[in-house]
Structures are given as structure tokens and as C-alpha cells.
Design a protein around this ligand. Structure first.
Ligand code: AMP
Length: 416
């Protein structure tokens, strides 16, 4: 039997794991500095949530969901994204009653049945944040700056911020009609996918990477000319807030993002280092979503970043993974008699939060010292018959090679 991880899923371990830990500590640091609190939702939800919250005509709901019936006959779906679950939870717990402005973040696996390739998986991971309750451009800017800060602090440099405004829901609707009218005139020049989208999700045609579609889109009416005064003012204010802190961006009038619930600001972080999977993350304002899920009129804005892609990008930019940091001690028991007492010393040091490696293979002293080198420890502690008799230990600094004999009770203070 050839047991392997399911297509589109992968194991994460070894040096790559260090990069994940770094990413996770950046998420915590940055969200804490922006006063966002962590929120965790279940990995699966009722299928209806995504049908209503993401939209039946989107690729996510139409083609990519992991949907199954459980033993009780309920239709469940592994979450393909986090915004709908978060909004569901906000409504369910009536959180906004006590916190009319709620800032929260999440990180975790998402599931989409996509064609796997480098940077595109069926189980992937997203980090994101939502700012719920404010309609003002300051909240759009805060969310963009938070995402930008995470990417920079993680160490990524080849990233471009693209920005656009879809205007109010009314603006979007009237633009949509104009676009449909234009696309119908050129329907024969579009790819079959785009032809289908004219009715289901015409704005997505603007996103197409197919040369045929790009040629048609080049002559399409632009959203900008449809923006009303209030929408234009909102967008100008978001840009001014980015300008004042010197965060660079480019306005991309074709950026629409695929989901139905966006209005006003949409944005995306893109890179040229990951081939065709050039989106590292994105987001936008989604004022209509609460109402779509029965939660009344609540403005909100958020983003999500693909953690797997952040990690791939870091590897591409650095050229390799960082090595495991040098840390802690290796305790080497020399001879039979020392095997038992070194375990007591190991536990004492561990209770002082010291990283301790011991030998579990009953290896020779020479083999243990070799292992200590591989383990990248700062110190090796050696205990044999003489040290047992005197209550001492030989401590070797692995970098300088310097060696000294110390009382066992002083080990913590020397190592710390
Ligand atoms: P989306 O929710 O589609 O806007 O995706 C937000 C981010 O999640 C993207 O920019 C990607 O970085 C990441 N992402 C989306 N789908 C996948 C996938 N199948 N595999 C890996 N990362 C993904």
C-alpha cells in the first residue's frame, strides 16, 4: 500500500517550520500593536453559510468547496475562507452590542478544491484581520497598514500594494450594467469562461489573465468614471491616509476581487517572485455582508494573506531557509552510573526553561559529543563517575571549546 498525503495537501516540518513560527510570532506582535484580538471558528460550517455569504456564482462556491453530508444528513463544508464564518459568529454572539467597533484576527487552514501547483494547495493557510463597525476610511487604511506591516516585518520586500475602489453598492450595480452591455457587444472575442461570467459575475472578466480577454477589457468602461462624490471622497481619504505614512501603492482600475460582497476599497498584495501565483493576499470593504447573513447594517473591512505563499516568498527572497538557532545544552552521560542522575539534572534545567537534549540511544561518549554538535547547542554538560562522586559537572562551551568543572547546583546560573 502506498500511503501518501492527499493531492493538494502537504506536511510542514523541519527548517520550514521555523519560518512558520516566525510568521506566527509576527502575526501576534503586529496584531497586538494594532489592538486586534484573536478569533477562532470551527473548521467546518453549514454549507448555507458559504452559499449565502460568498455567493453561489463564485468559483469558490460553484467549483471549489469540500462539501459533505454528515451522518445526521446535514450538509457541511470545510471552510474555504474566513470572513463568512467570522460574520456568522459576530451575529450569533451578538458581539457588536457590547463592542460596536470590533477588531479581530485569525490564522488557520482553509480548504478549496483547486488545481494544485506550487503556491496553490487544497488545504492552505490564511492569516487575516477584520475591522467591524466603522464605515470611515480610517478603518480601511488601518486594515491595509496592518497587512502591510505583517508582510514587511516578516521580511518580504518584493511586494506591491494594488488598490481600487468599487464605489458604493449602487455605483457597483450601475457599473455592472454598463460593463455587461459592453461585454455583450464583444462576446465573440471572449474566452468561454468569460462569456459565461457575463451573466454570473461580470466584474471577474476584468481579472482575467487570458490575452483574448485582456484585449476586450482594454476598451471596457472604467469603474472610476462611475464613482459618485461620496465614493470618490472615501477613496481619496484612504489614499491620503496611506500617503501620510509613506506606504507606496498603485491604483489598479481593473482590480475587482472575485466576491460579491465587496464595495468601496479593494486591495491586493502581489509579487513577481512566485510565477503565476502572484497574489500574496488581499481584501476590502464588505459593508453588504452582514445584511446578507441577517445581521443588519454593519460596515466592515478586512483582508487575508496566504501564509503558504508568504513562506514560499521568503524562501525565494532569502534563497534558503534559516538554520535552527544555536540554543541550550546537550547532557552527555558517561558510563552506566550517570544515566539515571543526568535525567534529574535535565528536568531541573527544563523547569528553568532551558532547552535540554539527552541521549536516548545509550550511545558512546564519542557518539554523544558528535550528536551535541549536530543539535546546535551552546553548551555540553558531561557527567561521569568522577563528577558523580564529587557532585560536579564538566561544562563545555561549544563555540570556544573552553571547558570547566563546576558544582552541579550552579548549572542553571552558568547556563542561563
Ligand atoms: P482569497 O481569499 O482568494 O482572496 O485569497 C487570499 C490569499 O490566500 C491569496 O492571495 C493567496 O495568498 C491565498 N490563497 C488562496 N487560495 C489559495 C490556495 N489554493 N493555495 C494557497 N494559497 C491560497
Amino acid at each position: 500500500m502506498n500511503l501518501r498525503a492527499v493531492r493538494g495537501t502537504r506536511d510542514i516540518f523541519g527548517p520550514e517550520m521555523l519560518a512558520w513560527h516566525r510568521a506566527e510570532s509576527v502575526f501576534r506582535e503586529v496584531t497586538n500593536s494594532f489592538a486586534y484580538e484573536e478569533f477562532r471558528t470551527p473548521l467546518f460550517e453549514s454549507t448555507d453559510l458559504f452559499k449565502r455569504g460568498v455567493g453561489e456564482e463564485t468559483d469558490i462556491v460553484g467549483k471549489e468547496m469540500y462539501t459533505f453530508e454528515d451522518r445526521g444528513g446535514d450538509s457541511l463544508t470545510l471552510r474555504p475562507e474566513m470572513t463568512a464564518p467570522i460574520v456568522r459568529a459576530m451575529i450569533e454572539h451578538n458581539i457588536l452590542r457590547h463592542h460596536p467597533l470590533t477588531r479581530l484576527w485569525y490564522a488557520g487552514p482553509q480548504f478549496r478544491y483547486e488545481r494544485p501547483q506550487k503556491g496553490r494547495y487544497r488545504q492552505f493557510h490564511q492569516f487575516g484581520a477584520e475591522c467591524i463597525g466603522s464605515e470611515h476610511p480610517e478603518s480601511d487604511a488601518e486594515i491595509i497598514l496592518l497587512a502591510n506591516e505583517v508582510l514587511r516585518r516578516f521580511g518580504l520586500t518584493n511586494i506591491r500594494l494594488e488598490l481600487n475602489s468599487l464605489g458604493s453598492s449602487e455605483v457597483r450595480a450601475s457599473y455592472r450594467s454598463a460593463l455587461v452591455e459592453y461585454l455583450r457587444l464583444h462576446i465573440n472575442k471572449l474566452t468561454p469562461d468569460s462569456q459565461r461570467r457575463i451573466d454570473s459575475n461580470p466584474l471577474r472578466v476584468l481579472d482575467s489573465k487570458e490575452p483574448q480577454d485582456i484585449a476586450v477589457v482594454a476598451g471596457a468602461p472604467l469603474l472610476h468614471s462611475f464613482l459618485d462624490d461620496a465614493s470618490a471622497t472615501h477613496f481619496a481619504a484612504v489614499r491620503a491616509l496611506l500617503d501620510v505614512v509613506g506606504v507606496p501603492y498603485v491604483v489598479n482600475p481593473l482590480l475587482v476581487r472575485g466576491l460579491d460582497y465587496y464595495n468601496h476599497t479593494v486591495f491586493e498584495f502581489t509579487t513577481t517572485s512566485l510565477g503565476t501565483q502572484n497574489a500574496v493576499g488581499g481584501g476590502g470593504r464588505y459593508d453588504p455582508l452582514f445584511a446578507m447573513l441577517g445581521g443588519g447594517n454593519v460596515p466592515a473591512v478586512g483582508f487575508s494573506l496566504g501564509i503558504d505563499r508568504m513562506i514560499l516568498l521568503l524562501e525565494a527572497e532569502q534563497g534558503c531557509w534559516s538554520e535552527k538557532p544555536i540554543d541550550g545544552v546537550y547532557i552527555c552521560a558517561i558510563g552506566e552510573a550517570a544515566r539515571l542522575p543526568v535525567n534529574a539534572i535535565a528536568l531541573r534545567l527544563r523547569r528553568n526553561s532551558i532547552h535540554v537534549v539527552t541521549d536516548l540511544l545509550r550511545r558512546s561518549m564519542k557518539a554523544q559529543l558528535k550528536e551535541a554538535n549536530r543539535e546546535r547547542v551552546v553548551w555540553t554538560i558531561m557527567i561521569g563517575d568522577d563528577e558523580l562522586a564529587n557532585g560536579t559537572a564538566v561544562v563545555k562551551n561549544m563555540e570556544s571549546g573552553e571547558q570547566l568543572t563546576v558544582p552541579q547546583y550552579q548549572l542553571e546560573s552558568i547556563i542561563a
